[in-house]
Design a protein around this ligand. Structure first.
Ligand code: SF4
Ligand code: SF4
Length: 433
């Protein structure tokens, strides 16, 4: 009975498409492949045919639905307000139930989501494997490796895993009652690959006169599992995070990762929608969730009085990349730009199409390696044309993808989370020198 109503809901969602084709103009996958199957309209038509029993759920159909980066560009332009992210995730869930997940993807997801027993030990070993078997890229980043797999001539660029995770570097579980508190949810990429971003975010929270809290028990936000069709894993992670957050007192929950923010604001309400008890608990937490840029532009805006003046005149030109999960998902675009404009000696220039997807999409970039790289090339062209010396953004995943695209072009343009620069500016230091 429940399955029947879920299928009816799914079919109803699919039938909303009026076939206007507006999604074609904004789809990064269509832009590269120029095939009807690449765009939302084509995918919806195939899924409709499958639901009517006109076609089988074959591995070809599975491949078609895997070729969506879930950037949601088409959701914003769709006159019928089709929730493509929800539809594709549901379709992937059906495909995973039918075929199971490809073993490599399953293993990667287990590691990414932290449901793999002994993930920390595994990642430490992976760090050693990188050093032993991959080629270090002699770029200014100094933090990337190139691996050659499955006969690919160009190789894939991998970020170096951090020697210590953020929670190993900083212990902030104990909270003082004297100040309002901010629970910082670091997410997996910041914890395992770029802890410096987390350190800067925590510094900024403290310098805004709030007490930062960092919990050791944090799990992956679950978005990679949800978008891969592994609903069961996404639910487990969401339940565990809800339980952990419900036990803690805090005034704000701040994220510096666009993906985690999007999971909390958009996906958790979907996961809890048929569970009124959990949904109610989540609604109470949801009102406190802010992206770091929202927090510093609002309750934490005392940070701007801490920016140190400088006599130095050298400036650096920076451009800002809008992460899909921030710009399209959370509608945040002004706040990070205003913050960047306040950083001394940074001259912000806009690149063309700053909100175009960088091609990352988490598991998408692994499953659709060539396609992800082609989408990324367009972003890199826009960055290079802007003549910026520095790329700033608000998503650690986009940072990895853009860095790897720039390295492939032998460019030494730096890519950073803007919070690292603001942290330096409030310390009176600057990487511009
Ligand atoms: S924009 Fe929306 S309604 Fe129009 S074809 Fe695309 S999915 Fe269908
Ligand atoms: S979500 Fe993005 S990649 Fe997927 S169909 Fe829409 S525009 Fe294309």
């Amino acid at each position: 009975m429940e399955k029947k109503s879920q299928n009816e809901k799914f079919q109803k969602a699919l039938s909303k498409c009026v076939k206007c084709g507006a999604c074609q103009a904004v789809c990064p996958v269509y832009d590269i492949e120029k095939k009807e199957n690449s765009v939302a309209r084509g995918k919806l038509a195939l899924l409709q045919a499958y639901m009517k029993g006109e076609i089988e759920l074959t591995s070809k159909l599975y491949e078609t639905i895997s070729k969506c980066i879930l950037c949601t560009s088409c959701k914003d332009t769709c006159a019928a307000s089709i929730e493509i992210d929800r539809i594709i995730s549901t379709a992937r869930e059906k495909a995973v139930k039918e075929f199971g997940m490809p073993p490599l993807k399953k293993a990667l997801l287990e590691i990414l989501c932290g449901t793999f027993p002994g993930r920390k030990t595994f990642l430490k070993s992976a760090s050693l494997v990188e050093k032993m078997f991959m080629k270090k890229i002699p770029s200014e980043s100094g933090l990337f490796y190139k691996g050659y797999f499955l006969g690919r001539k160009e190789g894939k660029i991998f970020p170096a895993l951090s020697k210590k995770t953020l929670t190993e570097i900083i212990d902030l579980e104990k909270v003082s009652d004297s100040l309002s508190s901010v629970l910082f949810f670091q997410g997996c990429t910041i914890n395992f690959i770029s802890p410096q971003t987390g350190i800067s975010a925590l510094n900024l929270i403290r310098k805004s006169n709030f007490t930062p809290i960092l919990l050791n028990k944090q799990q992956c936000c679950g978005l990679p599992a949800f978008f891969s069709g592994d609903r069961e894993k996404a639910e487990k992670l969401a339940y565990s995070n809800l339980e952990m957050l419900s036990e803690k007192k805090f005034d704000y929950l701040v994220v510096a990762c666009a993906t985690c923010g999007s999971a909390f604001k958009e996906i958790y309400p979907l996961i809890f929608e048929d569970d009124s008890n959990r949904l109610q608990k989540w609604e109470e937490i949801k009102g406190k969730i802010l992206d770091l840029s929202e927090f510093l532009s609002g309750p934490g805006n005392r940070i701007f009085s801490k920016i140190k003046k400088t006599e130095k005149e050298t400036t650096k030109t920076a451009t800002y990349h809008d992460p899909c999960h921030l710009y399209k998902g959370q509608k945040i675009e002004k706040e990070p730009r205003e913050i960047i404009k306040n950083i001394p000696r940074i001259n912000l220039v806009e690149m063309e199409n700053s909100s175009d997807c960088c091609g990352f999409g988490g598991m998408f970039s692994i499953e659709n390696f060539e396609l992800s790289r082609e989408i990324n090339k367009k972003k890199i062209e826009n960055i290079l044309s802007s003549k910026a010396e520095l790329v700033l953004t608000g998503c650690p995943g986009c940072i990895l993808q853009i860095k790897s695209g720039l390295i492939a072009k032998s460019s030494n343009i730096e890519v950073k989370h803007w919070c690292e620069l603001l942290d330096e500016a409030t310390n009176g230091k600057s990487t511009i020198d």
